[in-house]
Ligand binder design. Structure first.
Ligand code: Z5A
Length: 230
């Protein structure tokens, strides 16, 4: 069976990385297929170098919005061909921190570059690879930025003004409305344990529907173990 690409999206501090790691740990305990994690930017060796160019606050040049867009596209093109497609072809489930919707939300809605241009570039960079499922962790940017400030050392994009992050969030809202089957909105202002449970339930349903039989079997086994009175 071809693998599954499952993406976690949202503004800074929404809790994507936390939930992605928790979901990966849980899926590995449930499935026999490989469960991998990755991120954009930075999912390849080249991508790690692009990531530091893009996010380092010590960057001397003000990065032009179109230059920024092209650097994210370069990172994606490398990531898709070198990592995502080969592993999906082997049947892996890949949980990825950010993908094409980030470019639409940040460079499109945030930087206000032309959406049609970004869609075209996303199609080129992704080679047509679209996520099977996207979790959008929706959070008020004021709360997200407060979480980041408490964590310390904000990156170049995290230092943008609040209205930039508001536009990014509105962008995600529009994307979720336009792709209701693929993008699932989660209220990220919820305790991490509750979010984790919600994500597990959705993954169980979606992956069972896609034919992950060992998943359903393991699940029913766990279920009877947990709830059987014997
Ligand atoms: N970007 C772009 O512009 N265009 C593109 O095409 C792509 C990306 C692909 C990547 O930065 C940047 O690149 C990003 C968009 C841009 N902008 N910025 N900045 P990154 O990877 O370094 O940052 P990030 O993706 O935004 O991750 P993050 O800031 O680390 O946030 P997160 O992964 O969503 O959250 P977290 O690390 O899981 O949690 C953050 C803090 O909140 C941490 O202290 C947690 O303990 C806490 N937390 C987590 N969950 C909760 C809950 N539920 N309640 C309370 N506190 C919580």
């Amino acid at each position: 069976m071809a693998g599954q690409l499952i993406v976690f999206e949202g503004i800074e501090g929404a809790g994507k990385t936390t939930q992605l790691q928790r979901a990966a740990t849980w899926l590995r305990s449930q499935l026999t297929v490989p469960v991998l994690t990755s991120r954009e930017p930075g999912g390849t060796f080249l991508g790690q170098q692009l990531r530091s160019l893009l996010l380092d606050v010590r960057q001397q040049d003000e990065i032009e919005p179109r230059a920024e867009l092209l650097l994210y596209a370069a990172d994606r093109a490398q990531h898709v061909e070198q990592y995502l497609k080969p592993n999906l072809a082997q049947g892996a489930i890949i949980l990825c921190d950010r993908y094409t919707d980030s470019t639409l939300a940040y460079q499109g809605y945030g930087r206000q570059l032309e959406l049609g241009l970004i869609e075209h570039l996303n199609a080129i960079a992704s080679g047509g690879l679209t996520p099977n499922l996207t979790f959008w962790l929706d959070l008020d940017p004021e709360i997200g930025l407060q979480r980041i400030t408490e964590r310390g050392a904000p990156n170049r994009l995290e230092q943008e003004a609040l209205d930039f992050h508001q536009r990014v969030r509105e962008g995600y809202m529009t994307l979720a409305q336009n792709h209701p089957q693929r993008i699932i909105r989660l209220d990220a202002n919820t305790a991490a344990d509750d979010l984790e449970q919600e994500i597990r339930t959705i993954l169980q349903t979606r992956l069972s529907e896609t034919g992950y039989e060992s998943f359903s079997k393991n699940f029913s086994k766990n279920f009877s173990k947990n709830f059987s009175k014997n």
